[in-house]
Design a protein around this ligand. Structure first.
Ligand SMILES: Nc1ncnc2c1ncn2[C@@H]1O[C@H](COP(=O)(O)OP(=O)(O)OP(=O)(O)O)[C@@H](O)[C@H]1O
Ligand SMILES: [Mg+2]
Length: 330
């Protein structure tokens, strides 16, 4: 297999004045062209993981306290700000849930895209504007010539999201990080945007980290899946391994929350109990208080063990005894 594009090892993030990691020992690799979906309940550290890689943590109070993230062989977590800024919007780009996070309300959308193209590719203003127009067309904006001079507030939410994608992809990034890119949109637009992202990714060969709550989106988009719980990856595998052979009790709970055939949207709400507060993170397995299989051994943090090629689980109780599905979903 080719060398990974991104190799994250032991990434940890902490908030000043505390001793518990909000992101704890997160490790994964991503190869060119692959899509990794990161799933898990609200507050489990998905966004902080992505923001750490982009060098966009709110620091202080947050900071990376350990690990490395090799991108093209260079550690993003140690990179000087000027080098990171040169990478952002160029070799790597991020799409947010709320387009106004990355769009400037005071600039025409064509100028925003063109400015990014000019900055990173050093082309003429005319060539950059032509690229902006091409990108607006590629993301399916109707009458793109006239939209070049629109301001973000002139556009609908779905159109703004398309503009943000156009901007993110304008310089053909090798890595795209997308944090809940369609959650704020209605279901029809959401499906269109996801299809668009898949097409553009297939054309450009870029890798993607897609953060989502929605297991329907995971099933549709992912090659690999990282399941996070309270700051840790508890299970990692291919989409088939995670959906057809989930091993961690939390993942099994998530899968049993999938709606029956025909319904697309699945929300991660059916496991009893709540995620521990960052300030009260238990030592050992962070899922133990909600886990029907927990015993005394769970007071120690579980090692990640490989249960099949590329399929890793952090649980002392794996392999679980028969009848697990009934116990988790009861
Ligand atoms: N700037 C911050 N200061 C303090 N705590 C923060 C900050 N940002 C995030 N956190 C905390 O870190 C934890 C992880 O947050 P994160 O935003 O990564 O969660 P998430 O998995 O993206 O959740 P969601 O699905 O709701 O977007 C949460 O407990 C959150 O409250
Ligand atoms: Mg988030």
């Amino acid at each position: 297999m080719s060398a990974p594009l991104l190799d994250v090892k032991g990434l940890s993030v902490r908030i000043a004045g505390t001793s518990r990691d909000l992101v704890a020992d997160v490790s994964f690799t991503l190869h060119p062209g692959e899509t990794l979906c990161v799933v898990g309940e609200s507050g489990c550290g998905k966004s902080l993981t992505a923001l750490s890689l982009m060098g966009l943590l709110a620091s202080p109070p947050l900071s990376v306290t350990g690990g490395e993230a090799l991108f093209d062989g260079r550690d993003l977590l140690q990179m000087p700000l000027d080098q990171l800024q040169a990478l952002r919007g160029d070799r790597m780009a991020m799409i947010f849930q709320e387009p106004m996070t990355s769009l400037n309300p005071a600039l025409r959308v064509g100028d925003q895209i063109a400015e990014s193209v000019q900055r990173h590719q050093g082309v003429s203003a005319k060539a950059a504007r032509a690229r902006a127009l091409e990108m607006l067309r590629r993301v399916g904006i109707p009458a793109p010539e006239s939209r070049l001079d629109a301001y973000p507030h002139n556009l609908s939410g779905g159109m703004r999201q398309r503009v943000m994608i156009a901007m993110a992809l304008a310089n053909d990034p090798a890595l795209l990080l997308a944090d809940e890119p369609t959650t704020a949109l209605d279901v029809t637009i959401q499906a269109q945007i996801l299809a668009l992202m898949r097409d553009l990714q297939a054309q450009s060969g870029s890798a993607m980290i897609l953060i989502t709550h929605d297991l329907g989106v995971v099933a549709e988009m992912a090659d690999k899946v990282a399941v996070m719980y309270a700051g840790r990856i508890v299970e990692f595998g291919t989409v088939a391994q995670i959906f057809e052979d989930p091993q961690h009790p939390y993942t099994i709970g998530l899968m049993s929350s999938m709606p029956t055939l025909g319904q697309r949207v699945a929300r991660l709400v059916t496991i009893p109990g709540v995620v521990p507060q960052a300030s009260q993170m238990p030592p050992g397995c962070r899922f133990a208080s909600r886990c029907p299989f927990a015993n005394a051994s769970c007071a120690k943090t579980p090692d990640m063990t490989e249960v099949a090629t590329g399929h890793r689980v952090a649980c002392w109780q794996v392999p679980l005894e028969a009848g697990i599905d009934q116990r988790v979903s009861a």
